[in-house]
Structure formats: structure tokens, C-alpha cells
Design a protein around this ligand. Structure first.
Ligand code: ANZ
Ligand code: ZN
Length: 803
């Protein structure tokens, strides 16, 4: 029999699918819908490496499977092409970002096409297309009108490398997530989105989302809700008061000093009134040079007292000192605190260092006297509240000291302007008479003009400010001469709503048609990297809720199920990077072994969410598996034969595993089936056809070719998914214990009568077994049917056996 010639087969079917429009999705299709989506890529200059398609392969397997199960599937792809990555690439290679983006998209698309994805390319979106960003701007205008987009002059994060302001979400450990520069604080004019107005709903609606707990917890922490109170500490002999935020109003009687952040606006006024103004000013300037990250780190706390000033504790009228210290952040709460050294760690360390009094007001249990007690307890030294339980005392002390209950968030409003060229222009006109006026909807999009030089200016203005013909305009409200806003939107703007546009990509009169949106929403399965947990996934939820409030969309949450992809490391265990010279290019792999071998390998290499190293030899194993499926055709007899229960078991397992994104165990079950069929003298045609259909989502080209050779004139990808006979799988399920070198590592449920080889194969694919057998080779397996599998390993490198 002819060998499996992947080159011819891959090309033949790609062209045929394209010509037949096999993956074009229609709305006038009565089947239930399923929306399967990948986080769309930045079309970077480096092209794809083998890590990128892993998530795309998974959604493609899922989309093809759901189509065969009878769903009308939406499975689109597009480009997130605005923003710093694209612009930095263009600057480095001295090409216009628009030109670079077009080239990169072309290359990405070729690479993706070579892997055989079932995307409906008629719905392709590109965030840099004016027809797309007209709606990004439209949404901004709606937010402006709703009071959710506003101008601010607060100090923000400034990246000296990228020469632009950044949002908190763009930082990693105090550095720019893009270029790794240490980020500074700079006061500057900027546009900000009031995401905090949605903080409570963003939190509350997390509970019901069937997302991984890890992602939900990251969002909860990022939003960081704190219930507490604000108190005013009057300053003796002056009219100003210092307002503090505390989560522990019950400790107010123990507040022995107050602290202002170095950037606190009141400090400028108080400086003049204190006796050591020069010292305080010097401290403030030194603090400005330290990053927020340094200040909140483990470093010893420092500060300077404002001599001659006294604040008055509103609970008991005590006169207490006022300090400036950089462990208090200007960006949280009110930028000032009441210090309670007996019950707060940071205040305690500070008070010890500077000899401030430590007054215990909560009776703790079992704490060494030298340490602060931070828990709840019975109040002491607290005037009329002494003896009360701390939780009970909270509201009473708030009332007593004329405070107000307050909820604060760690989440801050979203700094939404960038002083860079390659972004959506913010659709605002500044008029001397009318102020900031939104561009009328009929005049959208405000297109990004071509410029000679798109290098960042570093002045706090974007390069757009250098184009008078573009900047100078008239006020939409009064007709006076006015100036356009020259800041652009951040790279996260387009991605905050793009998934809606695939539903209705060419709509010229609405962001999305509501009836179509109702038909397809929400995205049923969304797949992408963990790095988006607190960025894109919070931003998109915020925009979506806003659009929901506006009646633009019909549901409050955009994404139903979410799966995070484990990254593929290089063969040396490091991250794939040009810098290390360890990048594996999918084009080479596809050329050598075929698109289907790449697909099967990436789905088989380990549990989907787990990081795992690439190994070309293992991909060879995946290719061999496909060769064996190919060769099985020679054994196929005519007509239908009896079906062994292993076929039913395989259908059940592969279906359930695809549904739960356990692709590796689905493939190992297919391998078990192929193994069993190889052992038979004849394979009946109906059984082989079941195998081909089960394999179709994973190996679409090969399956299609085999399907044709079996005499079918229609695509296997339009065939119904095979069903299994419940009655032959009626045997009870048991719990099987899995050990590695005699240590129990996992358990799983399996049919009681599962043959030993299948039991072993299922056990071997468990993530715990993969993890605990790394570095050893399986010498033998001990199987107690229906009870236990024990893998006995050698030390030394693990040899993954695929066949
Ligand atoms: C007095 C107090 C007594 C506090 C006590 C804690 C324990 P979370 O839970 O993170 O919201 N705080 C308030 N604003 C701050 C700022 N700008 N920079 C640094 N620290 C600030 O933390 C709230 C607590 O962090 C507040 O409650 C305040 O210290 C401090 F036994 O007030 B607490
Ligand atoms: Zn005007």
C-alpha cells in the first residue's frame, strides 16, 4: 500500500475545503449554536512558534467535534494589531507599523492555514481596520457620555523606555511589562475609564462563572475589595483635616500617629507650616525616586515627622504626631492612614524603629507581647467601647468619631491614553469654550493619519500632535476652532470587545446586531493564556457589562467556559525565544511530518493546561500513530461486522474527554483502539469508519483522505459524531488507585471490567503520573484489575512511548 504522503494530502484538502466553503458559518441554520474562540494574536514579526497554535488546535478540535455533534459552530480568527508590540517592532525594523502589520498578518495567516484550522475567514477582524475601530471609538464615546471616561491629571505610571503612560495592569513587579524598564510616577494629563464603578459587579458575577478557580482568585485579588471606614483627623490650629481609610475602625483608640503618603496633596500646604520643612521636602523628593514596588517591599520602613503639627484623634481627642512615610501609597485609599502599631505589622515595625507609643486596644489570644495582634478580639483601652467584641464595635466607633463606612478597591481606574502613534485616536475634540466634546457618531471613525515620524516624542504628547492639519479642527458643538485629542488608546482597547464583532463583522450601523448577538452569545468556550487573567479578561468583562447596561448586548458576561493553555517550552526546558536560539518553527514541523502529526502531538503531549517541553522525537511518535491508522485500511473488509465493546468505550471516552479539554487522554484511548484493531485479522468497515470519524477533529486532513478512499463523496467533517451503545457499557464503575514506585499519586474512575492494557493506558495519561514519572523510565506496570495500577520506574531520562 502507498505510504501516507502528508504533503499532497494536506494541500489537496486545504484547497478543497476553501473552494467548498466548508467552514463558512451561516445564521440561517436551525441547529443550536456553539461559539468557540481563541484569544486573537498580535501578528508579531517573529511569526508563530510551535507554542502558539496549541490553544488554537484545541479550539479547532472542539469546534470540529461540536459540528459533528450537530451544532452550528462559530469559530473565527482575527488580529489584535494595535499597540506597543506592533509599534516597537515597526520602529526597530524601520517600517510603517501599518505596513509591518499587513505583512505579519499575511505570514501568520499562511502559518495558521498550513495547520488546517476550520476558521470562517469571512469573519476575520482586525483591530486596526477603521471599519472595526469606528466601533471601539463609538464605545468610548458612549462611556464618555455616561461619565465613565474622564480626563485626569493624577500622577500615573510612566515608562521611560516606551515613552508613554501605562495602566497598572501593564506593570510587572514595578517594571514595564513590554520593555522591562523601571516605571516612574509622572503627573500628566490622561484619559481614564471608570472601571471601579463596575468593581462590585465584576466581583459578584465571578461566583457563578464556570472558570478555573485560579483565574477567578486572581481577579478577586486584583479587584481587592476592602470594607472599612474613613475618618477625619483635624489638625490642631488649622482648618485642614487628614482623611484616612482604615479597615479596622475598631482600633481607632489605638491610633498613635497619622501618616501621609509623600505625594499627598496636603503635604505641600503642611510643609510650610512645619518646623522642619527642608527635611520633609528632601524626604518627599527621595521617595519620588523610589518605585511603588520598592516602597511596599521588605525594605525597612522610613519616614519623617512633621515637627510642630498635631492631629487630633476623633475618638478620644488625643493630640498625635503627623508623619510622612513612603510605606503609605498615594494611590490607595485616601493616601493617608491612622497608624495602630499594636495591631498592624507595618505600623508596628515603624513605631519600634522611631520610638512611637504602642497602645493595645484589642485583647488577642496567644500572641507574644512583642508582636502586633492583627485578629479580632475584645476591646480594651477604648473608652466607652471597652469590653465589646471588635466586630460589634466597628459601626459604633464609626458613628462615635463621625466617620463614614467606605468600600475601597485595589483596582484603580484604567489609564486609557497612550502618548504613542499606533492606536485608535481618542475621539474627542478640545474646545476653549465647550471643553472636551465627543466626536459625533456620524463622524466616526476618526482615522489615524499617516505621519512622517511615528517615533514617540517623550514630551507627554503623541506624534499626532505634530500634524497641525489633523489636529486643527472645529468644535462639533459650537463650531469654533478647536483641537483634536492626540492621545491614542492602549493595546487592550480593541480586544475588550472584538469577540462581539465576529458575530456581525460587516455591520456598518451597529457594533453588533442585537438579534445576532442573542443567537450566538455568550462565547461558549474561550481559550487563551494565563497571562490574560487580570488584564484582558477583566477589561473585556468591564466593557461587556457597560455594553449590557446600554442594551447593546443581551447578557452580563461575555465568556462562559474558559480554558487556559499551558505553554510549550523549548526542548531545553527554557522559554522559547530568539534570544536563546531554541525556537521551533511549526512550518518546519508541518513540512516534515504533516499538519495532522503536529496537531496530534500537541494535543497528546500532556494535560492541556500544563506547561511542557517540546520534543521532536515525540512528534515522530505522533506521526507513526497516524501511519498506523493509514495502514489499517489494508485490513478493512467489506460490509458491517460485529462491534467490540472497546469501540463503544472509545467513543464514550473520546467524547467526554474532548468536552472537558482532556485531549491527551482522548488520544491515548484512540491509540488503544488502533492497537486492538491491528491485532485483528480483519477490521470491519463500519468499525474503521467510526475510527476515522473519531480521529477527524484531531487529524482533519488524514481523516478526510481516508473517508474519500472509503468511497464517500462528502466531507467527514459534516458526518454525525458516532454514538455508543449504553447497554454494552453497563458494567459498574470502580475507583482505580494509581501508584508510581508504590506511592499513591492519583485515583480515577473506570469501568470495572476494563482490560488491563486499557487500564494502564488511562492511568499513564493522568497529569499526576506524567508529573511524577518525569525523569524515570517505566520498567514495568503492576496491574490489579479493577483496583490498582503501579508504575515501576528506573531513574534516568523518561522515554515516552507513544506506540
Ligand atoms: C488602621 C489599621 C489598624 C489598619 C489595624 C490595619 C490594621 P486593605 O485590607 O489592603 O484594604 N492603608 C490604608 N491606606 C493605605 C495606603 N494608602 N497605603 C498603605 N496602607 C494603607 O488594607 C487596609 C489597611 O491598610 C488600612 O487599615 C490601613 O491600615 C492601611 F490594626 O488602618 B489600617
Ligand atoms: Zn466649542
Amino acid at each position: 500500500m502507498k505510504p501516507y504522503e502528508h504533503k499532497d494530502i494536506d494541500r489537496k484538502w486545504r484547497e478543497r475545503w476553501q473552494a467548498d466553503g466548508l467552514y463558512v458559518t451561516r445564521e440561517d441554520d436551525p441547529r443550536p449554536t456553539c461559539y468557540t474562540l481563541d484569544m486573537f494574536p498580535y501578528p508579531s514579526g517573529a511569526g508563530l512558534h510551535v507554542g502558539h497554535p496549541k490553544g488554537y488546535i484545541a479550539t479547532d478540535v472542539y469546534a470540529r467535534y461540536k459540528t459533528m455533534c450537530g451544532y452550528n459552530v462559530l469559530h473565527p480568527m482575527g488580529w489584535d494589531a494595535f499597540g506597543l508590540p506592533a509599534e516597537n517592532y515597526a520602529l526597530k525594523h524601520k517600517v510603517h507599523p501599518g505596513v509591518a502589520v499587513a505583512e505579519n498578518i499575511k505570514r501568520f495567516k499562511e502559518q495558521l492555514t498550513a495547520i488546517g484550522f476550520s476558521y470562517d475567514w469571512e469573519r476575520e477582524v482586525n483591530t486596526t481596520d477603521p471599519a472595526f475601530y469606528a466601533w471601539t471609538q463609538w464605545a468610548f464615546v458612549q462611556m464618555f457620555k455616561a461619565g465613565l471616561a474622564y480626563e485626569s491629571h493624577e500622577p500615573i505610571n510612566w515608562c521611560p523606555g516606551c515613552q508613554t503612560g501605562l495602566a497598572n495592569e501593564d506593570l510587572e513587579g514595578g517594571r514595564c511589562e513590554r520593555c522591562d524598564s523601571v516605571v516612574e510616577k509622572r503627573p500628566m494629563r490622561q484619559w481614564v475609564l471608570r472601571i471601579t464603578a463596575y468593581a462590585d459587579r465584576l466581583l459578584a458575577d465571578l461566583d457563578a462563572l464556570p472558570w478555573p478557580d485560579s483565574v477567578k482568585d486572581m481577579q478577586r485579588n486584583w479587584i481587592g475589595r476592602s470594607e472599612g471606614a474613613e475618618f477625619d483627623f483635624a489638625i490642631e490650629g488649622r482648618t485642614e483635616a487628614i482623611r484616612v481609610f482604615t479597615t479596622r475602625p475598631d482600633t481607632l483608640f489605638g491610633a498613635t500617629y497619622v501618616v501621609l503618603a509623600p505625594e499627598h496633596p496636603l503635604l505641600t500646604t503642611l510643609l510650610e507650616a512645619c518646623e522642619n520643612a527642608a527635611e520633609v521636602a528632601a524626604y518627599r523628593n527621595a521617595a519620588a525616586a523610589r518605585t511603588e514596588f520598592e516602597r511596599t517591599g521588605a525594605r525597612e520602613k522610613t519616614g519623617v515627622v512633621l515637627q510642630g503639627l498635631r492631629a487630633i484623634n476623633p475618638a478620644n481627642g488625643e493630640r498625635i504626631p503627623v508623619w510622612v512615610a513612603d510605606y503609605v501609597l498615594a494611590s490607595y485609599g485616601t493616601g493617608a492612614i491612622m497608624a495602630v502599631p499594636a495591631h498592624d505589622e507595618r505600623d508596628h515595625a515603624f513605631a519600634e524603629r522611631y520610638g512611637m507609643p504602642i497602645i493595645k486596644v484589642i485583647e488577642g489570644t496567644d500572641v507574644p507581647a512583642a508582636e502586633p495582634y492583627t485578629g479580632p478580639g475584645k476591646l480594651v483601652n477604648s473608652g466607652p467601647f471597652t469590653g465589646m467584641a471588635s466586630d460589634e464595635a466597628k459601626p459604633l466607633i464609626v458613628a462615635h468619631a463621625k466617620g463614614t463606612a467606605r468600600v475601597r478597591y485595589r483596582l484603580q481606574d484604567w489609564v486609557f491614553s497612550r502618548q504613542r502613534y499606533w492606536g485608535e485616536p481618542i475621539p474627542i475634540v478640545h474646545c476653549a469654550r465647550c471643553g472636551a466634546v465627543p466626536v459625533p457618531e456620524k463622524d466616526l471613525p476618526v482615522t489615524l493619519p499617516d505621519v512622517e515620524s511615528y517615533e514617540p516624542t517623550g514630551t507627554g504628547e503623541s506624534p499626532l500632535a505634530n500634524i497641525p492639519s489633523w489636529v486643527e479642527t472645529t468644535c462639533p458643538a459650537c463650531g469654533d476652532p478647536a483641537r483634536r485629542e492626540t492621545n491614542t488608546m492602549p493595546q487592550w482597547a480593541g480586544s475588550s470587545w472584538y469577540y462581539l464583532r465576529y458575530i456581525d463583522p460587516r455591520n456598518g450601523t451597529a457594533l453588533v446586531d442585537l438579534a445576532k448577538e442573542r443567537q450566538w452569545s455568550p462565547v461558549n468556550v474561550y481559550v487563551g493564556g494565563m497571562e490574560h487573567a487580570t488584564r484582558h479578561l477583566i477589561y473585556a468583562r468591564f466593557w461587556h457589562k457597560f455594553l449590557y447596561d446600554k442594551g447593546v448586548v443581551s447578557r452580563p458576561e461575555p465568556f462562559e467556559r474558559l480554558y487556559t493553555v499551558g505553554i510549550i517550552l523549548a526542548e531545553d526546558g527554557r522559554k522559547m525565544s530568539k534570544r536563546w536560539g531554541n525556537v521551533v518553527n511549526p512550518d518546519d514541523m508541518v513540512a516534515r511530518m504533516g499538519a495532522d502529526a503536529l496537531r496530534v502531538y500537541e494535543m497528546f503531549m500532556g494535560p492541556f493546561g500544563q506547561a511542557i517541553a517540546w520534543n521532536t522525537d515525540h512528534m515522530v511518535g505522533a506521526r507513526r500513530f497516524l501511519d498506523r491508522v493509514w495502514q489499517l485500511v489494508a485490513k478493512v473488509g467489506e460490509g458491517a461486522g460485529a462491534i467490540d465493546p472497546i469501540v463503544d468505550r472509545t467513543i464514550k471516552k473520546v467524547s467526554e474527554d474532548i468536552e472537558s479539554f482532556a485531549f491527551n487522554t482522548a488520544i491515548s484511548q484512540l491509540m488503544i483502539l488502533v492497537h486492538a484493531l491491528e491485532a485483528a485479522t480483519v477490521v470491519s468497515r463500519n468499525v474503521y469508519e467510526i475510527l476515522v470519524r473519531l480521529l477527524a477533529p484531531f487529524a482533519p486532513h488524514l481523516a478526510e483522505e481516508l473517508w474519500e478512499r472509503l468511497g464517500h463523496g462528502t466531507s467527514v467533517h459534516r458526518e454525525p459524531w458516532p454514538s455508543y451503545r449504553e447497554e454494552v457499557l453497563a458494567s459498574a464503575e470502580v475507583t482505580v488507585v494509581v501508584q508510581v514506585n508504590g506511592k499513591t499519586r492519583a485515583t480515577f474512575r473506570a469501568p470495572a471490567d476494563l482490560p488491563a492494557d486499557e487500564l494502564v493506558a488511562r492511568a499513564r495519561a493522568l497529569p499526576e503520573v506524567v508529573r511524577h514519572s518525569a525523569g524515570g523510565m517505566v520498567l514495568r506496570e503492576v496491574v490489579v484489575p479493577g483496583r490498582l495500577v503501579n508504575f515501576v520506574l528506573t531513574a534516568g531520562p523518561r522515554v515516552e512511548k507513544l506506540d
